[in-house]
Write a protein that binds this ligand. Structure first.
Ligand SMILES: [Zn+2]
Length: 410
């Protein structure tokens, strides 16, 4: 194989260099089509993406505005490329036009320029380069451009997988940093505590303890929530004790797991006993943890509180619960990604841990080996004003996708 493969790799890389202007132009155009989520109006961006996929010769279908392109060559493994075209909203404080696609100093500006339209552009042009280079991949390459990622992915990647529209052995997913392949991903839990109490006059019938209280006394839900908050703060102290063994990028602060006390609502007036209190938290899990044991810790604590306090009316909801995942670094797919990454960057690239959740877990939960690599860097203002992508990163990501498909579906 050696020499033959090296030759093919060169041809494909040259193709991508030749397509540079075309890639930049397409990327500016896709940025110029707003696809903020919410509201999630994807008709135009889906049409634009599907048209391009058709142009390069993919067999396409669109399922609820999610675009799928397929390239099939005989039997073999199936590799999925997954990028999302929905973006967070483009708010004020931009000095550039968020839907302008302006170029300055080797950067393309706009909402989604990096997160994650860059990966939609990269995966499509990677496929085009393979086709134009006359590469005959064995097996199937599925190129997906989905919506809804920024709100959890239920109507995007999850929908395509659960309805059986797509399935595969492996997935290369954008939506992450660019310098390393990410073979280890953190988990996520969203937890809501809702306490119901009894309102009353804050001065006349406050929530006092026995023997001072009577049937008119209020039940103060903010005070009760304090116990939950103190428990979570203590849990964080425990989390400080377990550092992940998986390598992170140099500037990452995600060595440990953490309960983020994100939102609290409760009370109506300064003179009234609050009868409702809600607390929303998010937890990031390192690969050494699992959602079940954290869930058990929390529910056990709440059960114990209830047993001690008959007035405590509390509900715990965990609407999102995603496990951390780690790949087998020796698999064919991992090796293909690693090799491609090393060809492009001309240095050894070990797998790293990426903690924030993405659409990756939808694939991982179904046993589809998933590796993340995108165009993100600390400075490119993803989810902030003046988001941009470095053109060099866009091109390199395109190359990485192409070489991975070439090396894996050989
Ligand atoms: Zn994203």
């Amino acid at each position: 194989m050696g020499k033959e493969m090296e030759k093919l790799e060169k041809i494909v890389l040259n193709k991508i260099d030749e397509m540079r202007d075309e890639i930049i132009k397409f990327h500016q155009q896709i940025i110029q089509i707003p696809s903020e989520n919410p509201p999630g109006k994807y008709k135009e961006v889906a049409k634009f993406t599907e048209r391009k996929m058709n142009e390069i010769g993919l067999k396409t279908q669109v399922k609820r505005k999610n675009v799928i392109g397929e390239l099939q060559n005989g039997s073999g493994k199936t590799l999925i490329f997954n990028g999302h075209y929905d973006t967070v909203q483009a708010f004020k404080n931009w000095t550039k036009d968020p839907i302008g696609g302006e170029i300055e100093d080797g950067k393309i500006y706009g909402r989604g320029a990096s997160d994650d339209k860059s990966c939609v552009t990269a995966e499509i042009f990677a496929t085009q380069a393979l086709i134009e280079a006359g590469v005959k991949l064995k097996g199937k390459l599925i190129v997906t451009a989905v919506g809804d990622e920024e709100l959890g992915g239920l109507n995007g990647a999850e929908l395509l997988l659960s309805s059986g529209v797509i399935n595969g052995d492996t997935c290369l997913l954008g939506d992450g940093p660019t310098d390393f392949p990410f073979g280890y991903t953190g988990g996520t839990m969203y937890i809501t505590f809702a306490i119901t109490g009894k309102t009353g006059h804050g001065l006349g019938t406050p929530d006092v303890p026995p023997p001072f209280r009577n049937k008119y006394s209020g039940i103060n839900t903010i005070e009760k929530m304090l116990k939950i908050m103190n428990f979570l703060v203590d849990l964080n102290k425990e989390f400080l004790q377990i550092e992940t063994e998986y390598p992170l990028m140099a500037d990452s602060t995600n060595k440990i797991s953490w309960v983020n006390l994100a939102e609290i609502h409760g009370g109506t007036k300064i003179s009234t006993v609050p009868d409702k209190c809600y607390l929303h938290c998010s937890v990031n899990l390192i690969p050494e943890q699992d959602t079940a044991s954290i869930k058990k810790r929390i529910l056990d604590f709440v059960e114990d509180l209830k047993n001690k306090d008959p007035d405590l009316d509390i509900k715990v909801q965990i609407p999102i619960s995603m496990e951390p995942f780690v790949i087998d670094g020796k698999s064919d797919f991992a090796q293909a990604v690693k090799k491609s990454s090393e060809i492009i960057h001309k240095e050894v690239k070990e797998f790293k841990l990426f903690m924030p959740s993405t659409d990756a877990h939808w694939f991982q939960e179904r046993g589809i080996e998933t590796i993340i690599i995108g165009t993100g860097r600390g400075d490119n203002n993803s989810h902030a004003a003046d988001e941009f992508v470095y053109i060099e990163d866009l091109i390199n990501t395109t190359k990485l996708y192409a070489l991975t498909a070439l090396n894996y579906l050989k």
